[in-house]
Design a protein. Structure first.
Length: 102
């Protein structure tokens, strides 16, 4: 597989951010746009806002999330009953445990 020319630059940039523990201030902004829902376009209740952030910020966020998730699971930081947003933890199993407890 051919390496993209920007991949090394991106890796160096992200490594610099992790080493310095500083995110460029220009990354702290997003573009807020309105998306229409169904209905009358003159009614503001028929719109919802979304924030557009840069792809590199999304990538950095995903890396940090994965590192935190890995560490939390590896070090058994969360109690067994905490299943929200955890890999291979089912909502149904939590409901069954709650019913059995009650």
């Amino acid at each position: 597989m051919m390496e993209h020319p920007m991949s090394r630059v991106l890796v160096r940039l992200l490594n610099w951010i992790f080493q310095k523990r500083k995110i460029p201030s220009s990354w702290n902004s997003s573009l807020l746009i309105s998306i229409t829902k169904k209905g009358d376009l003159k009614d503001m209740n028929n719109y919802r806002g979304i924030s557009l952030i840069s792809t590199i910020v999304k990538l950095l966020s995903a890396i940090v999330t994965n590192r935190i998730r890995y560490t939390v699971e590896k070090d058994n930081v969360l109690v067994r009953e905490q299943a929200g947003f955890r890999t291979r933890k089912e909502c149904a199993a939590q409901v069954i445990a709650l019913v059995e407890f009650v």
